[in-house]
Write a protein that binds this ligand. Structure first.
Ligand SMILES: NC(=O)C1=CN([C@@H]2O[C@H](COP(=O)(O)OP(=O)(O)OC[C@H]3O[C@@H](n4cnc5c(N)ncnc54)[C@H](O)[C@@H]3O)[C@@H](O)[C@H]2O)C=CC1
Ligand SMILES: CC(C)CC(=O)C(=O)O
Ligand SMILES: [Mg+2]
Length: 348
């Protein structure tokens, strides 16, 4: 039986408009090349800075509900220098992450053959960060007292629930079980004793269900050391929303750059569409210049294909990326040239 998947496409801002067309180009080439009888039906949404300037809205509640009807969301990036910081990030992207219960923010990190790492001796880098996606300091809890005065007080509260921590920790253990059976949980429980100890107790409890998985703990600051000095020690990392955001930019940097780092914002219970995006932002410093590497976006399309059960499509895209990276050397190519090359490799 053939299946049709409805995909909402949101390029967003800045280089989102350049990398998303390349992601779609490679994805469509892979669908055709595999001969799968599945088809993807794309609906484009113009959301981001332009639309915010026109209407004052980042994403309405009605649009959020409309998006709920899709099988997946393919996203570029959000954020614009002419929009107050946080308005689009919270109003568009985080509204979807929270609204669609994307509690697993999955960020695989791999040093592909032929890719140069800034580390002198990188060794093998192949790990996945499971970043909690719906809690922590990203919930918007907190506020400001005596705004604008010399007595101003600003709080940003980290929210951690037993339910929320346990479900993401269990997901990470299951991933470790099916990989190299090592889980590193990363927090800062020497200082953040309330949230940190909830994470610690939760990991200890769930570990009993996964006796084959070796568990390791690192404070976040020490994690950044080992990510640079010995990234091979990692298999699966589980951590909170903010720590996960920070360490995955570092993970991208040590494994060849932010332009290669893909992600999935996953709702594992499939009660709402999952969202796939490169981990980078809208990169205003290079936007509109065809300088962005679309590979992260292309690999995010592969993650989306895998999520939809199109494993052969995902594998074809990944192997095209591997071939292209192995042959790249120091060549400088435009965003669309890289997309064309990847689509060509996929077509065979
Ligand atoms: N998921 C999202 O939509 C995210 C949005 N943002 C937003 O993006 C805007 C810019 O944020 P920044 O902190 O500058 O982070 P950024 O990730 O946009 O850029 C950081 C640096 O990486 C470079 N870069 C990013 N993607 C690249 C690619 N594909 N190829 C080559 N170079 C690339 C940029 O040119 C810049 O020098 C802000 O408004 C921020 O809030 C930031 C991170 C994630
Ligand atoms: C909401 C985003 C702008 C936060 C971020 O940097 C990320 O998720 O990687
Ligand atoms: Mg980030």
């Amino acid at each position: 039986m053939s299946s049709e998947f409805k995909i909402a496409v949101i390029p967003g801002d800045g280089i989102g408009h350049e990398v998303v067309p390349e992601g779609l180009k490679v994805l469509e080439a892979a669908i055709e090349a595999t001969g799968t009888d599945a088809s993807l039906d794309f609906t484009h949404y113009e959301l981001g800075a332009k639309r915010w300037h026109e209407t004052g809205e980042a994403l309405t509640d009605q649009e959020l509900e409309e998006l709920r009807g899709y099988d997946a969301i393919f996203f570029g990036a959000v954020g614009d220098p002419d929009v107050p910081s946080g308005v689009l990030e919270r109003g568009l992207l985080l509204k979807m992450r929270f609204g669609f219960d994307h509690y697993v923010n999955l960020r695989p990190t791999k040093l592909f053959a032929g890719v140069e790492s800034p580390l002198a001796n990188p060794g093998e880098i192949d790990f996945v960060v499971v970043r909690e996606g719906t809690e922590g300091p990203y919930t918007g809890q907190g506020g400001v007292l005596r705004y604008g005065t010399e007595h101003e007080v600003a709080t940003e509260v980290s929210v951690n629930t037993a339910y929320g921590v346990e479900r993401v920790v269990r997901d990470a253990f299951a991933r470790a079980q099916s990989r190299r059976k090592k889980l590193t949980y990363v927090h800062k429980h020497n200082v953040m004793v309330h949230a940190g100890h909830l994470w610690r107790r939760t990991v200890e409890k769930v570990a009993l269900e996964f006796p084959e998985v070796a568990v390791d703990y690192l404070h976040t600051d020490a994690c950044t050391i080992f990510m640079v000095t010995n990234p091979s020690r990692f298999d699966v990392i589980v951590t909170d929303n903010l720590f996960g955001d920070i360490i995955t930019d570092l993970a991208a940097a040590v494994s060849g750059g932010i332009g290669l780092a893909a992600s999935g914002n996953i709702n594992p219970d499939r009660t709402a569409p999952s969202l796939f995006e490169p981990i980078h932002g809208s990169a205003p410093d290079i936007a509109g210049q065809q300088k962005a590497d679309p590979t992260a976006c292309v690999l995010s399309a592969a993650l989306m294909a895998q999520h939809l059960g199109l494993d052969d499509v995902a594998e074809l895209i990944e192997s095209a990326v591997e071939k292209d990276l192995a042959a790249r050397g120091g060549a400088i190519r435009s965003t669309s040239d890289i997309g064309d090359a990847l689509a060509g490799l996929v077509a065979g």
